[in-house]
Design a protein around this ligand. Structure first.
Ligand code: ADP
Ligand code: MG
Length: 252
């Protein structure tokens, strides 16, 4: 079974960027094969990884709902879905990407969450690492499957709101009784002056387990402007060097 690292936090804090930086690290260390899971409805993990998405679980769901006859006769809906999920996996060098996508209509998130939850057990067997880029909700993970998360990384920016959101997700994970081995906080886009005492106090007060910080990286801003994937970030990028140090503390 794969070793899973899930990344979560408030929108815009750097979850997708950090997921890509982790994947870049694992690729360079040849810690493969990797499954990248874009579990954010506003998917854009593919962009920072530099790959094209053909379809998503949400898309497959739409197709099956609109056209039930697309399911071959004699095949169960579940078996067909499993086949389709294999088909929408984007294969790249050292990693595959699965995109959850944006489903349409009420109740669809729930359905897509259920599918992802059900198939993670099956899928994870084929990989050494799973890196999951999540939106704030964690409902696609479940205590009811054997599938669990080894490391949950909560990402915050240098705002108290970011820290509060991280604490809320940590509490939600506990409430849902999700299987998470270890949870850490990473503060992203930290200026040269370092963390403010107020922020440190807030982190302590909320009893968050700070793994470390990532600096504001001009090279990431530049890649962003040029619409270049994070995987192409030069090895001397300060954020990449910092994430490498943090990953080494995670005992993968
Ligand atoms: N360490 C960093 N230094 C500079 N820019 C960053 C850094 N981390 C993230 N960014 C930028 O911040 C923005 C939001 O990051 P993103 O990873 O998309 O956040 P999220 O996935 O949490 O919404 C992006 O434009 C990204 O390039
Ligand atoms: Mg994102």
């Amino acid at each position: 079974m794969a070793f899973t690292i899930a990344v979560a936090g408030k929108g815009g804090t750097g979850k997708t960027t950090i997921s890509a930086l982790i994947i870049k690290y694992l690729l360079e260390k040849k810690m493969t094969p990797i499954l990248a899971v874009d579990a954010d409805a506003n998917s854009n993990l593919n962009e920072v990884l530099g790959v094209k998405v053909v379809d998503s679980i949400g898309g497959v769901r739409e197709e099956i709902t609109k056209n039930v006859s697309s399911i071959p006769s004699g095949m169960s809906k579940d078996a067909y879905l499993e086949l389709k999920i294999q088909e929408i996996l984007v294969e790249a060098s050292g990693f595959d990407l699965l995109t959850m996508g944006r489903p349409e209509g009420p109740g669809c998130y729930c359905y897509v969450n259920n599918i992802l939850r059900r198939y993670m057990d099956i899928l994870a067997k084929n990989y050494r690492y799973v890196i999951m880029d999540n939106e704030a909700g964690m409902e696609h993970l479940s205590r009811r499957t054997t599938y669990g998360v080894e490391r949950l990384l909560l990402i915050s920016d240098t705002s108290p709101r970011g820290i509060w959101a991280a604490a809320r997700i940590r509490d939600l994970v506990k409430e849902l009784e999700l299987k998470v081995e270890e949870t850490y906080l990473i503060i992203n886009r930290v200026p040269k002056e370092g963390l403010s005492p107020i922020l440190k106090e807030e982190i302590d007060k909320l009893n968050l387990n700070l793994l470390g910080t990532l600096p504001l990286d001009e090279q990431i801003l530049e890649m962003d402007l040029k619409k270049r994937p994070i995987l192409e970030l030069p090895g001397d990028s300060c954020a990449f060097r910092a994430i490498s140090g943090l990953i080494e503390k995670l005992n993968l």
